[in-house]
Write a protein that binds this ligand. Structure first.
Ligand code: NAD
Length: 316
Protein backbone atom coordinates (compact mmCIF):
# COMPACT_ATOMS: atom_id res chain seq x y z
CA UNK A 1 0.00 0.00 0.00
CA UNK A 2 1.25 3.52 -0.77
CA UNK A 3 2.01 6.01 1.99
CA UNK A 4 0.27 9.29 2.79
CA UNK A 5 -2.71 10.40 4.82
CA UNK A 6 -5.16 9.15 2.17
CA UNK A 7 -3.41 5.86 1.43
CA UNK A 8 -5.89 3.04 0.91
CA UNK A 9 -8.69 5.40 -0.10
CA UNK A 10 -10.19 5.61 -3.58
CA UNK A 11 -11.33 8.97 -4.96
CA UNK A 12 -13.26 10.33 -7.92
CA UNK A 13 -12.45 13.87 -9.08
CA UNK A 14 -14.81 15.29 -11.70
CA UNK A 15 -13.36 17.87 -14.06
CA UNK A 16 -9.90 16.67 -13.08
CA UNK A 17 -8.29 17.14 -16.48
CA UNK A 18 -7.18 20.70 -15.79
CA UNK A 19 -7.53 23.69 -13.48
CA UNK A 20 -8.73 23.21 -9.92
CA UNK A 21 -9.78 19.61 -10.55
CA UNK A 22 -6.33 18.66 -11.83
CA UNK A 23 -4.80 20.32 -8.77
CA UNK A 24 -7.11 18.23 -6.57
CA UNK A 25 -6.34 15.01 -8.46
CA UNK A 26 -2.59 15.64 -8.13
CA UNK A 27 -2.88 16.42 -4.42
CA UNK A 28 -5.12 13.47 -3.50
CA UNK A 29 -2.81 11.12 -5.40
CA UNK A 30 0.23 12.66 -3.70
CA UNK A 31 -1.49 11.95 -0.37
CA UNK A 32 -1.78 8.29 -1.35
CA UNK A 33 -5.34 8.05 -2.72
CA UNK A 34 -6.14 6.08 -5.86
CA UNK A 35 -7.79 8.62 -8.13
CA UNK A 36 -10.26 8.40 -11.01
CA UNK A 37 -10.42 11.56 -13.12
CA UNK A 38 -13.77 12.02 -14.86
CA UNK A 39 -13.80 14.63 -17.59
CA UNK A 40 -15.23 15.33 -21.04
CA UNK A 41 -11.73 16.16 -22.30
CA UNK A 42 -10.01 12.79 -22.63
CA UNK A 43 -6.72 14.08 -24.08
CA UNK A 44 -6.16 16.63 -21.34
CA UNK A 45 -7.24 14.15 -18.69
CA UNK A 46 -4.71 11.61 -19.99
CA UNK A 47 -1.96 14.25 -19.98
CA UNK A 48 -2.75 15.15 -16.36
CA UNK A 49 -2.91 11.47 -15.42
CA UNK A 50 0.49 10.89 -17.04
CA UNK A 51 2.01 13.61 -14.85
CA UNK A 52 0.47 12.07 -11.73
CA UNK A 53 1.71 8.59 -12.66
CA UNK A 54 5.21 9.92 -13.32
CA UNK A 55 5.19 11.41 -9.82
CA UNK A 56 4.36 8.01 -8.36
CA UNK A 57 0.61 8.51 -7.98
CA UNK A 58 -2.18 6.06 -8.82
CA UNK A 59 -4.67 7.43 -11.32
CA UNK A 60 -7.02 6.46 -14.13
CA UNK A 61 -9.28 8.38 -16.51
CA UNK A 62 -12.92 8.03 -17.46
CA UNK A 63 -14.24 10.21 -20.26
CA UNK A 64 -17.81 11.34 -19.68
CA UNK A 65 -20.24 14.18 -19.15
CA UNK A 66 -21.13 14.35 -15.46
CA UNK A 67 -24.55 15.83 -16.17
CA UNK A 68 -25.56 12.47 -17.69
CA UNK A 69 -26.93 9.79 -15.40
CA UNK A 70 -24.93 7.07 -17.17
CA UNK A 71 -21.68 8.91 -16.38
CA UNK A 72 -22.54 9.26 -12.69
CA UNK A 73 -23.35 5.56 -12.50
CA UNK A 74 -20.41 4.58 -14.73
CA UNK A 75 -17.79 6.54 -12.81
CA UNK A 76 -18.76 4.90 -9.53
CA UNK A 77 -18.74 1.44 -11.14
CA UNK A 78 -15.36 2.18 -12.71
CA UNK A 79 -13.80 3.32 -9.43
CA UNK A 80 -15.14 0.29 -7.57
CA UNK A 81 -14.09 -2.21 -10.23
CA UNK A 82 -10.63 -0.64 -10.58
CA UNK A 83 -9.82 0.12 -6.95
CA UNK A 84 -12.21 -2.21 -5.13
CA UNK A 85 -13.81 0.63 -3.20
CA UNK A 86 -14.90 4.27 -3.14
CA UNK A 87 -14.22 6.71 -0.30
CA UNK A 88 -14.00 10.22 -1.76
CA UNK A 89 -16.02 12.17 -4.33
CA UNK A 90 -14.87 15.63 -5.38
CA UNK A 91 -17.61 17.22 -7.50
CA UNK A 92 -15.76 19.96 -9.34
CA UNK A 93 -16.49 19.83 -13.09
CA UNK A 94 -18.08 22.79 -14.75
CA UNK A 95 -17.88 24.06 -18.27
CA UNK A 96 -20.91 25.44 -20.03
CA UNK A 97 -20.87 28.86 -21.56
CA UNK A 98 -22.12 30.84 -24.47
CA UNK A 99 -24.86 33.38 -24.98
CA UNK A 100 -27.75 31.12 -23.88
CA UNK A 101 -26.11 30.79 -20.45
CA UNK A 102 -25.15 34.40 -19.66
CA UNK A 103 -27.32 37.26 -18.44
CA UNK A 104 -30.21 37.72 -16.05
CA UNK A 105 -33.64 36.10 -16.21
CA UNK A 106 -34.64 38.26 -19.19
CA UNK A 107 -31.68 37.22 -21.32
CA UNK A 108 -31.16 33.58 -20.35
CA UNK A 109 -32.86 31.16 -22.73
CA UNK A 110 -34.60 28.07 -21.30
CA UNK A 111 -32.02 25.72 -22.83
CA UNK A 112 -29.19 27.80 -21.31
CA UNK A 113 -30.86 27.66 -17.93
CA UNK A 114 -31.39 23.91 -18.13
CA UNK A 115 -27.93 23.15 -19.51
CA UNK A 116 -26.25 25.21 -16.80
CA UNK A 117 -28.30 23.79 -13.95
CA UNK A 118 -27.75 20.26 -15.28
CA UNK A 119 -23.98 20.60 -14.85
CA UNK A 120 -23.88 22.93 -11.83
CA UNK A 121 -26.54 21.28 -9.70
CA UNK A 122 -28.14 18.11 -11.08
CA UNK A 123 -24.76 16.46 -11.70
CA UNK A 124 -23.91 16.78 -8.01
CA UNK A 125 -27.14 15.12 -6.99
CA UNK A 126 -26.49 12.29 -9.48
CA UNK A 127 -22.90 11.88 -8.28
CA UNK A 128 -24.00 11.52 -4.67
CA UNK A 129 -26.88 9.21 -5.61
CA UNK A 130 -24.49 6.59 -6.97
CA UNK A 131 -21.39 7.30 -4.86
CA UNK A 132 -22.97 7.08 -1.41
CA UNK A 133 -24.16 3.44 -1.66
CA UNK A 134 -20.72 2.51 -3.02
CA UNK A 135 -19.03 4.28 -0.09
CA UNK A 136 -21.30 2.46 2.33
CA UNK A 137 -20.59 -0.87 0.65
CA UNK A 138 -16.83 -0.16 0.77
CA UNK A 139 -16.90 0.45 4.52
CA UNK A 140 -14.03 2.11 6.33
CA UNK A 141 -10.64 1.96 4.67
CA UNK A 142 -7.98 0.12 6.64
CA UNK A 143 -6.45 2.25 9.36
CA UNK A 144 -9.06 5.02 9.21
CA UNK A 145 -11.47 4.15 12.03
CA UNK A 146 -9.82 6.49 14.48
CA UNK A 147 -12.76 8.01 16.40
CA UNK A 148 -11.99 8.01 20.16
CA UNK A 149 -15.59 7.06 20.96
CA UNK A 150 -16.02 5.54 24.36
CA UNK A 151 -13.11 7.40 25.93
CA UNK A 152 -14.88 10.71 26.55
CA UNK A 153 -18.45 12.00 26.98
CA UNK A 154 -21.65 10.48 28.32
CA UNK A 155 -22.50 8.43 25.26
CA UNK A 156 -25.05 5.71 25.05
CA UNK A 157 -25.67 3.10 22.39
CA UNK A 158 -23.56 1.98 19.48
CA UNK A 159 -20.61 4.10 18.34
CA UNK A 160 -21.57 6.33 15.39
CA UNK A 161 -20.36 5.46 11.93
CA UNK A 162 -17.35 7.50 10.94
CA UNK A 163 -14.73 7.66 8.18
CA UNK A 164 -17.01 5.90 5.69
CA UNK A 165 -16.72 8.61 3.06
CA UNK A 166 -16.16 12.18 2.03
CA UNK A 167 -17.93 14.34 -0.54
CA UNK A 168 -16.56 17.78 -1.43
CA UNK A 169 -18.70 19.95 -3.72
CA UNK A 170 -17.21 22.91 -5.57
CA UNK A 171 -19.20 26.07 -5.05
CA UNK A 172 -17.71 29.55 -5.52
CA UNK A 173 -17.60 33.00 -3.98
CA UNK A 174 -20.40 33.43 -6.56
CA UNK A 175 -22.46 31.14 -4.35
CA UNK A 176 -21.89 33.43 -1.37
CA UNK A 177 -22.29 36.79 -3.14
CA UNK A 178 -24.14 37.47 -6.37
CA UNK A 179 -22.76 39.28 -9.43
CA UNK A 180 -25.11 41.06 -11.81
CA UNK A 181 -26.15 39.36 -15.03
CA UNK A 182 -25.03 35.84 -14.10
CA UNK A 183 -28.31 34.19 -13.15
CA UNK A 184 -27.45 30.58 -13.98
CA UNK A 185 -23.97 30.45 -12.45
CA UNK A 186 -24.97 32.34 -9.30
CA UNK A 187 -28.16 30.30 -8.79
CA UNK A 188 -26.23 27.10 -9.44
CA UNK A 189 -23.37 27.85 -7.07
CA UNK A 190 -25.82 29.00 -4.37
CA UNK A 191 -27.74 25.75 -4.82
CA UNK A 192 -24.51 23.80 -4.32
CA UNK A 193 -24.27 25.30 -0.83
CA UNK A 194 -27.85 24.34 0.04
CA UNK A 195 -27.45 20.86 -1.43
CA UNK A 196 -24.21 20.37 0.52
CA UNK A 197 -25.97 21.16 3.77
CA UNK A 198 -28.84 18.83 2.91
CA UNK A 199 -26.49 15.99 2.01
CA UNK A 200 -24.45 16.61 5.16
CA UNK A 201 -27.54 16.01 7.26
CA UNK A 202 -28.70 13.03 5.20
CA UNK A 203 -25.35 11.24 4.94
CA UNK A 204 -23.74 12.22 8.27
CA UNK A 205 -25.41 9.28 10.06
CA UNK A 206 -23.87 6.98 7.43
CA UNK A 207 -20.38 8.18 8.34
CA UNK A 208 -20.06 10.30 5.22
CA UNK A 209 -19.30 14.01 5.55
CA UNK A 210 -20.29 16.48 2.86
CA UNK A 211 -18.70 19.92 2.58
CA UNK A 212 -18.32 22.60 -0.06
CA UNK A 213 -15.54 24.96 -1.04
CA UNK A 214 -16.07 28.48 -2.29
CA UNK A 215 -12.96 29.46 -4.24
CA UNK A 216 -12.11 33.05 -5.07
CA UNK A 217 -10.36 33.94 -8.33
CA UNK A 218 -8.10 30.97 -9.09
CA UNK A 219 -5.55 31.30 -11.86
CA UNK A 220 -6.02 28.06 -13.74
CA UNK A 221 -4.47 27.34 -17.14
CA UNK A 222 -7.64 28.70 -18.82
CA UNK A 223 -7.89 31.84 -16.70
CA UNK A 224 -4.19 32.52 -17.15
CA UNK A 225 -4.67 32.37 -20.92
CA UNK A 226 -7.69 34.69 -20.68
CA UNK A 227 -5.74 37.18 -18.57
CA UNK A 228 -2.98 37.19 -21.19
CA UNK A 229 -5.49 37.74 -24.01
CA UNK A 230 -7.81 40.31 -22.42
CA UNK A 231 -6.09 41.75 -19.33
CA UNK A 232 -2.93 43.64 -18.47
CA UNK A 233 -0.64 43.86 -15.43
CA UNK A 234 -2.46 46.89 -14.03
CA UNK A 235 -5.76 45.04 -14.21
CA UNK A 236 -4.22 42.03 -12.51
CA UNK A 237 -2.98 44.31 -9.73
CA UNK A 238 -6.49 45.76 -9.37
CA UNK A 239 -7.79 42.26 -8.70
CA UNK A 240 -4.99 41.56 -6.22
CA UNK A 241 -5.79 44.79 -4.36
CA UNK A 242 -9.30 43.51 -3.69
CA UNK A 243 -7.90 40.45 -1.89
CA UNK A 244 -6.76 41.08 1.71
CA UNK A 245 -3.85 38.65 1.11
CA UNK A 246 -2.94 40.70 -2.02
CA UNK A 247 -2.76 37.75 -4.38
CA UNK A 248 -5.08 35.63 -6.48
CA UNK A 249 -5.46 31.90 -5.90
CA UNK A 250 -3.79 28.84 -7.41
CA UNK A 251 -5.33 25.40 -7.94
CA UNK A 252 -3.04 24.17 -5.13
CA UNK A 253 -4.80 26.49 -2.66
CA UNK A 254 -8.08 24.71 -3.34
CA UNK A 255 -6.45 21.28 -3.47
CA UNK A 256 -4.97 21.84 0.01
CA UNK A 257 -8.45 22.54 1.40
CA UNK A 258 -9.96 19.54 -0.41
CA UNK A 259 -7.24 17.21 0.88
CA UNK A 260 -7.83 18.46 4.42
CA UNK A 261 -11.61 17.99 4.19
CA UNK A 262 -11.01 14.46 2.86
CA UNK A 263 -8.62 13.54 5.66
CA UNK A 264 -9.44 12.00 9.05
CA UNK A 265 -8.52 15.32 10.65
CA UNK A 266 -11.75 16.76 9.24
CA UNK A 267 -14.13 14.04 10.44
CA UNK A 268 -16.12 16.48 12.64
CA UNK A 269 -16.51 19.06 9.86
CA UNK A 270 -19.80 18.51 8.07
CA UNK A 271 -22.05 20.75 5.99
CA UNK A 272 -19.77 23.77 5.87
CA UNK A 273 -18.96 25.91 2.87
CA UNK A 274 -15.34 26.89 3.28
CA UNK A 275 -14.38 30.07 1.44
CA UNK A 276 -10.86 29.70 0.05
CA UNK A 277 -10.60 33.23 -1.23
CA UNK A 278 -7.88 35.07 0.67
CA UNK A 279 -10.58 36.97 2.56
CA UNK A 280 -12.28 38.46 -0.51
CA UNK A 281 -15.80 37.66 0.65
CA UNK A 282 -15.57 38.95 4.22
CA UNK A 283 -15.07 42.57 3.22
CA UNK A 284 -17.58 45.38 3.00
CA UNK A 285 -17.85 46.29 -0.68
CA UNK A 286 -18.34 50.04 -0.14
CA UNK A 287 -14.97 50.20 1.57
CA UNK A 288 -13.17 48.14 -1.08
CA UNK A 289 -14.43 50.49 -3.77
CA UNK A 290 -13.06 53.50 -1.90
CA UNK A 291 -9.73 51.72 -1.33
CA UNK A 292 -9.20 50.99 -5.03
CA UNK A 293 -10.70 54.28 -6.32
CA UNK A 294 -7.37 56.13 -6.40
CA UNK A 295 -5.65 53.21 -8.09
CA UNK A 296 -8.28 53.13 -10.84
CA UNK A 297 -8.12 56.90 -11.34
CA UNK A 298 -4.32 56.78 -11.64
CA UNK A 299 -4.48 53.83 -14.08
CA UNK A 300 -7.22 54.53 -16.62
CA UNK A 301 -5.79 51.92 -19.01
CA UNK A 302 -6.68 49.01 -16.70
CA UNK A 303 -7.81 45.89 -18.54
CA UNK A 304 -8.97 42.76 -16.76
CA UNK A 305 -10.17 39.30 -17.66
CA UNK A 306 -13.70 40.73 -17.44
CA UNK A 307 -12.99 42.67 -20.63
CA UNK A 308 -13.55 39.39 -22.43
CA UNK A 309 -17.30 39.82 -21.99
CA UNK A 310 -17.22 43.06 -24.01
CA UNK A 311 -14.97 41.41 -26.59
CA UNK A 312 -17.34 38.44 -26.83
CA UNK A 313 -20.32 40.79 -27.38
CA UNK A 314 -18.44 42.64 -30.15
CA UNK A 315 -17.53 39.33 -31.85
CA UNK A 316 -21.12 37.95 -31.77
N1 NAD B 1 -11.17 29.18 -11.50
C1 NAD B 1 -11.83 29.93 -10.66
O1 NAD B 1 -11.49 31.11 -10.45
C2 NAD B 1 -13.01 29.40 -9.91
C3 NAD B 1 -13.54 30.19 -8.88
C4 NAD B 1 -14.62 29.71 -8.16
C5 NAD B 1 -15.15 28.46 -8.44
N2 NAD B 1 -14.62 27.72 -9.45
C6 NAD B 1 -15.23 26.41 -9.68
O2 NAD B 1 -14.22 25.42 -9.61
C7 NAD B 1 -14.51 24.37 -10.51
C8 NAD B 1 -13.37 24.15 -11.47
O3 NAD B 1 -13.14 25.36 -12.17
P1 NAD B 1 -11.86 25.57 -13.08
O4 NAD B 1 -11.68 27.03 -13.18
O5 NAD B 1 -10.76 24.69 -12.62
O6 NAD B 1 -12.43 25.04 -14.48
P2 NAD B 1 -11.65 24.56 -15.81
O7 NAD B 1 -12.50 25.02 -16.93
O8 NAD B 1 -10.23 24.96 -15.77
O9 NAD B 1 -11.74 22.97 -15.69
C9 NAD B 1 -13.00 22.36 -15.67
C10 NAD B 1 -12.87 20.95 -16.15
O10 NAD B 1 -14.18 20.35 -16.12
C11 NAD B 1 -14.38 19.63 -17.33
N3 NAD B 1 -15.82 19.58 -17.62
C12 NAD B 1 -16.62 20.60 -17.98
N4 NAD B 1 -17.88 20.19 -18.12
C13 NAD B 1 -17.88 18.88 -17.83
C14 NAD B 1 -18.89 17.87 -17.79
N5 NAD B 1 -20.16 18.19 -18.07
N6 NAD B 1 -18.54 16.63 -17.46
C15 NAD B 1 -17.26 16.31 -17.16
N7 NAD B 1 -16.26 17.21 -17.18
C16 NAD B 1 -16.57 18.47 -17.50
C17 NAD B 1 -13.61 20.41 -18.38
O11 NAD B 1 -13.29 19.61 -19.50
C18 NAD B 1 -12.37 20.82 -17.60
O12 NAD B 1 -11.35 19.87 -17.69
C19 NAD B 1 -15.83 24.75 -11.19
O13 NAD B 1 -16.90 24.17 -10.49
C20 NAD B 1 -15.86 26.25 -11.04
O14 NAD B 1 -17.16 26.77 -11.08
C21 NAD B 1 -13.57 28.16 -10.19
Amino acid sequence: MSEGKLAGRAAIVTGGAQGIGAGCARRLAADGAQVLIVDTDGDLAQATAKGITESGGMVAVLVGDISKQETAKGMVEEAVSRYGRLDILVQNAFGVGGSAFGGGALEVEPEGWQGGIDVLVSALYLGAKYAVPAMEASGVAEGFDTAPYGQIGMHTGEPPKTEVGRIVNMSSVHGLLQAAGMLVYEAGKSAVIGMTRQMAIDFGPLGITVNAIAPGHIITEKLDAMWREFGNEKGHRLFELQYPVRRLGRPEDIANAVAFLCSSEASFINGVTLPVDGGLSIQLQENIVMEVKDYIQKNPDIRTVFDRFEAMKERS
